[in-house]
Design a protein around this ligand. Structure first.
Ligand code: AHR
Length: 487
């Protein structure tokens, strides 16, 4: 199959925030996954585990969305500040009905973002909170000083304001965030967003709750009624096979399941095209960003784990979904300002899984690490003749390219579960003579890492012949993702 990369025609930057993450008070994501407390035997810095911070820094985590998810619309931030012993406990009704001690709150989250060197993205409570609560949260975190909330922050040990640019005004307000109609939420959004203010140097970026998957009506109404009041509109889309009530297993699946997953996940392309089409009608200058702030695979929980904790394994199949979803976000990088995979640690399509002091990096983590070359690079248009796999709508290959200086990076996935592919890649507009590549693949369909064997699947060198006459030829193994640097 043939690919033509036009190295001198790129117009848009792939915002590194497309490689963002999401951490909710859900299962073992925050507690155990990120927060172990200062007295833990697990090495930590002010209660935050060092191994996980190191792993996330290595993929250049650009931002972190918190505290939910559905949890956000039941979270009252003032429960999570002040001396930890005095913080009230609450019941996490959405996720397992467990008691939460609020030891991880605003200061801890912003400390975590500081340790990760990433931008915080806080989601406010619209479903069960008040306008005043949200207004005061913004003031507490970002007012430079001389206000009641800044004084309170100071009394809690933090004199300087934080920079918190990204604020979500509610989460899934069409569902767990209040079961609202779009017309009602659009008005609520306008009211809440009015009081999400800029203080000092902090310039907020307000994100309205957007649609679930293919709810185009929600996008239409929000853009029509509230588009002028927002900087971003979110979109949630999960790859669920075969259907919501009967999720498949994360491991031990067949080739048929593999293909069904590819097909389900690739729906993201149509969703982006249609939601962006609606946004383009109301906002032709593309001022408002589409923020895909929850996406990823959603499987049955691992056996003998709490069904409310959404703990799942992660295989080469998940890596494929990550690769083609990220490619799809690149394609619309003139509209997509941010995306956040769900969720960072121990929940859904996680980067890292933990078991006490042990950790493992998932195949999805490795895709994020390999794709780091695309962060803030110039998106390059591609032409190709990829064939469709028989009896499906799934292309054999999926690719994206970007340019940084004199290097073109091509990421390419072979979505076929058992057929290799001969690839011919022509680069135009830049002279290339070398190709260095890494590949993530395995002979095993559900290849995954375990705590006993954490490096069963990891990227390896992909040895290629040098390009000739600006053309690179290679054989891409079945079920693989490669990143090739051409210079
Ligand atoms: O990520 C898990 C849940 O999925 C989130 O809390 C919610 O926003 C979505 O339905």
């Amino acid at each position: 199959m043939k690919i033509v990369i036009n190295a001198d025609t790129g117009q848009h930057t792939i915002n590194r925030h497309i490689y963002g993450h999401f951490a909710e008070h859900l299962g073992r994501c925050i507690y155990e996954g990120l927060w172990v407390g200062e007295n833990s035997d697990i090495p930590n810095t002010r209660g935050i585990r060092n191994d996980v911070v190191e792993a996330l820094k290595a993929i250049g985590i650009p931002n972190l969305r918190w505290p939910g998810g559905c949890f956000a619309d039941e979270y009252h931030w003032q429960d999570g500040i002040g001396p930890r012993e005095g913080r009230p406990s609450i019941v996490n009704t959405h996720w397992g009905g467990v008691t939460e001690n609020n030891h991880f709150g605003t200061h801890e989250f912003l400390d975590l973002c500081g340790q990760l060197d990433c931008e915080p993205y806080i989601c406010g409570n619209v479903g069960s909170g008040t306008v005043q609560e949200l207004q005061q949260w913004v003031e507490y975190t970002t007012h430079p000083g001389g206000s009641p909330m800044a004084d309170r922050r100071n009394a809690n040990g933090r004199k300087e304001p934080w920079n918190v640019k990204y604020w979500g005004v509610g989460n899934e307000n069409w569902g767990c965030g209040g079961n609202m109609r779009p017309e009602f939420y659009a008005d609520e959004y306008r009211r809440y967003a009015t009081y999400v203010r800029n203080f000092g140097e902090n310039k907020v970026y307000k994100i309205a709750c957007g649609p679930n998957a293919n709810d185009y009506e929600w996008t239409e109404v929000l853009m029509r009624r509230a588009g002028g009041f927002m900087d971003g509109l979110s979109l949630h889309f999960y790859t669920i096979f075969p259907e919501w009530g009967n999720k498949g297993s994360a491991t031990g699946f067949s080739e048929t399941d593999w293909m069904a997953t590819m097909q389900a996940g690739l729906q993201i392309e149509e969703l982006l095209q249609r939601h962006i089409g609606i946004m383009d009608r109301y906002d032709p200058k593309k001022r408002v960003g589409l923020i895909v702030d929850e996406w990823g695979t959603w499987w049955r929980v691992e056996p003998d784990t709490n069904p409310g904790f959404l703990y799942q394994q992660n295989t080469l199949r998940d890596a494929m979904v990550a690769a083609f979803s990220l490619h799809a976000f690149h394609q619309y990088s003139d509209r997509i300002h941010m995306a956040n995979i769900a969720q960072t640690i121990n929940v859904l399509q996680a980067m890292v899984l933990t078991d006490g002091a042990r950790t493992l990096k998932t195949p999805t983590y490795h895709v994020f690490e390999m794709f780091k070359v695309h962060h803030d690079a110039t998106h390059l248009p591609l032409h190709h003749d990829f064939t469709i796999i028989e009896d499906t709508k799934v292309p054999h290959l999926h690719a994206a390219a970007s340019r940084k200086g004199d290097t073109v990076n091509l990421s390419i996935a072979n979505l076929h579960p058992h057929e290799t592919s001969e690839v011919v890649c022509d680069v135009r507009g830049l002279n290339i003579s070398g190709a260095k590549a890494r590949i993530l693949t395995s002979d095993i369909l559900d290849a995954h890492n375990t705590f006993d064997e954490p490096n069963r699947i990891a990227p390896t060198e992909f040895v290629l012949d040098a390009p000739k006459d600006n053309q690179l030829r290679f054989t891409l193994p079945a079920k693989s993702v490669a990143v090739i640097a051409l210079s």
